[in-house]
Design a protein around this ligand. Structure first.
Ligand code: RIB
Length: 292
C-alpha cells in the first residue's frame, strides 16, 4: 500500500530561549540551529522510518533542496516535490527551557500549490492508497475532493488550526488526528480533554478521531469505541515533531494490521522517543526501535 504525504517542507530555525518571548520583550537566545522540518515532511519521514512505502509531494525553493535530500535518505520518494526559484517555507521555533516549543511559520512555496500540479500528482495514485494531509499548504479542500474521487483514503491533521478548517469537506476524511488546541478549535469548546474528544466524535461520527494532548496522552474515538493511551515516558529535550511522529507511527501500525489499542501504544512510544532527541524529522525513531 502506498502513502502519499502531500504537505509542507520547512527550513526550521530553532532558537533556544529561556521562555517564550512576551509582548514588547526582546529576548536573547543561547543557540540557533537550522534543521529539516515541516509537518508534511516530518510525517513522511515518520511513515518511511516506520517501514511504509512513502511518497512526498509539495514545493520548495532551491534553498530547500537539502530537505528533499534528507527525505530521500530516509527512502521517501520525492519525485513529486517541485524545486522552484522562490523561497522555501520556514519555521521560527522557540525552544524554551521547559522543553516546550512555539512556532511561527512563513509558508513560502508551501502555499503556492496549483490545481494542475495536484491533478498531475494524484493521477499517479489510485484506490486504496492513503493520502496524508496537514494544514500548512494551500488547496487542501481541492486535494481532499480529488483524492476522494480516486477512492484514496484520507488522513487529515488540521495543523495549524484556523477557522477555515471547519469548512473543509471533512466528511471525506477517514482518519482525523488533532492535538488539544486543534481539537478545541474544531469542537468549538474548551475544557476537559476527554470531553473535547467526545464532542469531536459526536460532530464527526463517521471519522476515526485521535486527539493527542502532549504529556496528558492521547484519546481515540471511532469504530473501536473510546480508548485512552497515556504517554510512554522518556526524558524530554525537544517536543518538536512529537505529533508528526505519532501520526506516522499510528498510521503505519494500522497498515501493519495492528488494532487501534496497539497502534496507539506504538505511536506513543515513537513520539516519546522523538521528544527525547533534538530536531524534527531527525528525531523520529526507526522501526526497529519501536516494533519489537
Ligand atoms: O510539527 C513540527 C513542525 O511544525 C516543524 O518542523 C515546523 O516546520 C512546523 O511545520
Amino acid at each position: 500500500m502506498r502513502i502519499l504525504c502531500y504537505g509542507s517542507l520547512n527550513i526550521d530555525m530553532i532558537f533556544t530561549v529561556p521562555h517564550f518571548v512576551e509582548a514588547g520583550e526582546t529576548l536573547s537566545s543561547s543557540s540557533m540551529t537550522r534543521s529539516a522540518g515541516g509537518k508534511g515532511a516530518n510525517q513522511a519521514a515518520a511513515l518511511a522510518k516506520a517501514g511504509c512505502e512513502t511518497y512526498m509531494a509539495g514545493k520548495v525553493g532551491k534553498d530547500g533542496q537539502f530537505l528533499v535530500d534528507i527525505l530521500d535518505n530516509f527512502s521517501v520518494d520525492c519525485s513529486n516535490v517541485m524545486v522552484t526559484d522562490n523561497p522555501s517555507g520556514q519555521a521560527i521555533i522557540q525552544l524554551a527551557s521547559n522543553n516546550q516549543n512555539a512556532i511561527i511559520l512563513l509558508p513560502g512555496e508551501n502555499k503556492n500549490i496549483k490545481k494542475d500540479e495536484i491533478d498531475n500528482v494524484l493521477g499517479k495514485f489510485s484506490a486504496g492508497d492513503w493520502i496524508v494531509l496537514q494544514n500548512e499548504i494551500n488547496q487542501i479542500g481541492y486535494i481532499m475532493e480529488k483524492a476522494a474521487e480516486r477512492n484514496m483514503r484520507i488522513c487529515f491533521n488540521p495543523a495549524p488550526f484556523e477557522d477555515s478548517v471547519r469548512s473543509l469537506p471533512l466528511n471525506l476524511v477517514e482518519l482525523l488526528i488533532v492535538n488539544e488546541i486543534e481539537g478545541a478549535g474544531l469542537a468549538g469548546t474548551k475544557g476537559d480533554y476527554e470531553e473535547i474528544a467526545k464532542r469531536l466524535a459526536s460532530l464527526y461520527p463517521k471519522q476515526e478521531i485521535i486527539m493527542t494532548a502532549g504529556s496528558m496522552g492521547a484519546y481515540y474515538a471511532g469504530r473501536e469505541g473510546f480508548i485512552y493511551q497515556p504517554i510512554i515516558d522518556y526524558p524530554v529535550v525537544d517536543t518538536t515533531a512529537a505529533g508528526d511522529t505519532f501520526i506516522g507511527y499510528y498510521l503505519a501500525s494500522c497498515i501493519r494490521g495492528l488494532c487501534v489499542k496497539d497502534a496507539l501504544y506504538y505511536a506513543s512510544k515513537a513520539s516519546g522517543i522523538a521528544v527525547s532527541r533534538h530536531g524534527a524529522m531527525q528525531s523520529v525513531p526507526v522501526k526497529d526501535e519501536i516494533f519489537q
